[in-house]
Design a protein around this ligand. Structure first.
Ligand SMILES: C[S@@+](CC[C@H](N)C(=O)[O-])C[C@H]1O[C@@H](n2cnc3c(N)ncnc32)[C@H](O)[C@@H]1O
Length: 278
């Protein structure tokens, strides 16, 4: 286990969108590495050695008439975040078929048992979007299929596709931490044919897939749907999540423009996960 010390800051934002996306982007530029979205804001973590006086000055210039970012922490908490994860991470079970758990949990009696050591990556199954994507994937036939998991986080969705019989799986994440974590988790789950890459949609030139999974966020998806569509084989399936009910018209319009046909929707706490067909 890593002994890196992280400082955790809690930011309250209103309204949540688009302030959250802008805040996370700015915190990323400032050197924060990991973000946990809550119902009212964002908890952000930075390595202790990266922190300096005045690091947050630019963040509060962001508040304007349309949204407000307030800074509500009253003490700097020093966290060994890996051990925090381990203490607080409970297994999840999706539709009695798939469990996502940490290595130290007991093995549940599910058809698919995914072991994830999340460290700083998103994708333990606790978030609504991961949960719904797992539900979608459980219903799909992956036997012999080629699959792309874009924005793989911990690699949880790529690993499930592999367990369901996919023949080849590319998992891509822009974040180095997620890349390393997905490599480790693919190995841990005996799914070595999950091939992990660090990068973004620019890696997709010349690639084709039967199934594309992308749980990222509205803006990245709107930017990259045309690339996904160009990589999707005829009759291929695209699963999209990482956005809210209100975002559906924009996402659907972009998909339709690229020849994709809406098939189904899952919804959880206002988050949605959509399925399209080529
Ligand atoms: C919401 S998490 C999803 C993680 C996992 N797939 C899941 O469903 O739980 C989104 C992931 O997308 C990654 N990401 C953000 N922008 C990206 C981009 N342009 N290309 C690839 N990955 C990106 C983030 O680093 C993050 O790990």
């Amino acid at each position: 286990m890593s002994n890196t010390i992280y400082l955790g800051y809690y930011f309250k934002v209103a309204p949540l969108q688009p302030a959250t996306e802008i805040l996370i982007a700015e915190l990323g530029y400032a050197g924060f590495e990991s973000f946990v979205e809550t119902e009212t804001g964002v908890t952000a973590y930075i390595q202790k050695e990266e922190w300096f006086e005045g690091i947050l000055e630019d963040i509060f210039v962001l508040s304007n008439d349309e949204f407000e970012i307030t800074y509500t922490f009253d003490e700097i908490e020093q966290v060994n975040w890996n051990s925090e994860w381990e203490k607080n991470f409970n297994p999840i079970i999706v539709d009695d078929l798939c469990s996502v758990r940490a290595p130290f949990h007991e093995k549940p009696n599910t058809k698919f048992d995914i072991i994830i050591e999340p460290k700083m990556s998103f994708g333990t199954g606790h978030h609504e979007t991961t949960h719904m994507m797992i539900q979608h994937l459980l219903k799909n036939d992956f036997q012999g299929k080629s699959v792309l998991d874009m924005g793989c986080g911990t690699g949880v969705l790529a690993i499930l596709a592999a367990m369901k019989g996919a023949a080849s799986i590319d998992a891509i994440d822009i974040d180095n931490w997620c890349y390393l974590n997905s490599v480790e988790n693919a190995e841990r789950n005996n799914t070595p044919h999950v091939q992990v890459f660090e990068g973004d949609a620019s890696l997709l030139t010349g690639k084709t897939y039967d199934v594309i999974i992308a749980n990222i966020n509205r803006n990245i998806l709107l930017q990259d749907i045309s690339v996904y569509a160009s990589c999707l084989n005829k009759n291929g399936i695209l699963y999209l999540s990482g956005f809210y009910n209100d975002d559906i018209p924009m996402i659907e319009e972009e998909c339709t423009k690229n020849g994709l046909v809406f098939q189904s929707k899952l919804e959880r706490n206002n988050w949605v996960a959509l399925q399209f067909k080529n």
